[in-house]
Write a protein of this length. Structure first.
Length: 456
């Protein structure tokens, strides 16, 4: 760290919150011991049936178990008898929740020097409104996330997330899906493009997607259109200098089409193509060129769908991203994408993944970052009310026209224990490292988290 951060004179104003949240967690645990024992009896019976092979853990039924690195859906991964029951509201089910968390990190600002540690707290009230139609589906969700630091209070933030999703069942084998969301949150200090501001900059994202899937005999046709709009707020350094982020504001559009043919039962020949457009609202301050670009990706490969054993794709092909600025290189080359859901037992799912893709950056003199990443998620149901997750990722960030191509590593171990359908507790340990050979953005960070979730 270069001394741009200043400790607030009221830096200890949240010290009492630590004991408040710990007391709340203890009260929740005590409350759980007074709940009726029926749920645990049912759980033991279900676990015995699962051992006999009569049912499978909910974690093995997920379509994309590796797409939730933060564990936002962990409350749905325990047995049905430990999931929230909700409040009936006509054709909908209302599910309110309150999550609290006490965390500690050894590197608040994700820097390589002058490293600072701190304790921080999260308070997250939220809701889900889930439809109960015989056909079709319509769901709403929202949450507020208040983050409070004990010493470095300039990093306090309020994040907002609201969204809706739906499914229209046109006829058997044909469905149309859509979702829309609004997300207003502080940028992660460890982001490759994060500027060294006194406070994390505010990032607003509006996303929408429309998709369709049609199965006719052995053929499966899929298509989607997605839109993402990013608005990055300005920052300010200790000396009062404004960090102008207007050059990062952009709209991204992507159209994807996919065709799969079942050559033999459960094995598919797949062709998939996509076209994207990334339009920046402004030029980077101090520059005279635009970072806007258009590109495509074309891949083919094999899809597998063996129910309760393995599902996934392995695709290879070519990508090309063309930038408007003549002084920028145009990244292109070999592409690949693989993700499999393997269930070696009725209580375990293993998800290996591999992908090479083009991502945006504002690094000076660089058009884009080609990210080649590999990941592994392992999730196991130790008991009907206890689910554990390990996830690990490694990626090489290849910046065009740059000799600084960092490696990024992340590992997480997380557990969720459900005392009752209304009271869940969890803990997580996370390690992150960006190795940039001494270049910008290098850091190493450990974070430990303890959570209590109350829901109905």
């Amino acid at each position: 760290m270069t001394g741009n951060f200043v400790v607030s004179s009221g830096g200890r104003r949240h010290s009492g919150l630590f004991w408040t949240l710990l007391s709340l967690m203890a009260a929740g645990s005590a409350l759980a011991t007074w709940m009726p024992a029926n749920a645990q009896v049912a759980t033991d019976r279900q676990a015995a049936n699962a051992t006999k092979g009569n049912n499978s853990a909910p974690i093995t039924q997920e379509k994309e178990p590796g797409s939730d690195p933060n564990g936002d859906q962990d409350d749905k991964r325990v047995a049905d008898s430990f999931q929230a029951k909700g409040i009936e509201a006509g054709k909908f089910l209302f599910l309110p929740s309150l999550e609290t968390e006490v965390s500690w990190t050894d590197n608040v600002f994700a820097t390589d020097s002058d490293v600072r540690s701190d304790r921080f707290y999260r308070i997250v009230p939220g809701f889900k409104l889930r439809s109960r139609f015989l056909r079709h589906e319509l769901n709403f969700n929202g949450e507020l996330e208040k983050v409070l630091f004990e010493k470095y209070t300039e990093d306090d933030r309020l994040n907002v997330n609201v969204g809706a999703d739906g499914r229209l069942d046109i006829r058997k084998g044909w469905e149309v899906t859509s979702n829309i969301s609004f997300n207003d949150r502080a940028e992660d200090r460890g982001s490759p493009d994060a500027a060294l501001s006194l406070k994390p900059v505010d990032t607003t994202q509006v996303s929408a997607q429309l998709g369709s899937r049609l199965q006719e005999g052995r053929m499966i046709y899929q298509g989607s259109f997605s839109f993402n709009s990013y608005d990055i707020g300005n920052g300010r350094r200790a000396g009062g200098q404004v960090v102008n982020n207007s050059g990062r504001d952009r709209n991204e559009y992507e159209v994807t089409a996919r065709v799969a043919y079942e050559t033999i039962p459960n094995y598919f020949a797949v062709v998939e193509g996509s076209y994207n457009s990334r339009d920046y609202d402004n030029v980077i301050p101090g520059a005279t060129f635009s970072r806007s670009s258009d590109g495509y990706r074309l891949e083919s490969g094999v899809g597998i769908d063996i129910t309760d054993v393995i599902r996934g794709d392995f695709l290879v092909g070519y990508f090309d991203q063309q930038y408007d600025a003549a002084n920028f290189g145009d990244p292109n080359g070999f592409s690949f994408r693989a993700r499999f859901n393997w269930t070696p037992s009725r209580m375990t799912v293993i998800v290996p993944s591999l992908e090479r893709s083009v991502q945006e950056t504002i690094r000076s003199g660089v058009s884009a970052m080609v990210r080649t990443g590999a990941g592994l998620t392992v999730r196991h149901e130790f008991a009907r009310n206890f689910v554990g997750t390990f996830s690990g990722n490694v990626a090489r960030e290849d910046y065009d026209n740059s000799n600084q191509d960092p490696w990024f590593y992340e590992a997480r171990v997380r557990g969720l224990y459900a005392f009752t359908p209304e009271v869940h507790a969890g803990a997580e340990v996370r390690y992150r490292q960006r190795d940039a050979n001494g270049g910008p953005g290098q850091y190493e960070q450990w974070t430990m988290m303890w959570r209590l979730r109350l829901q109905y």
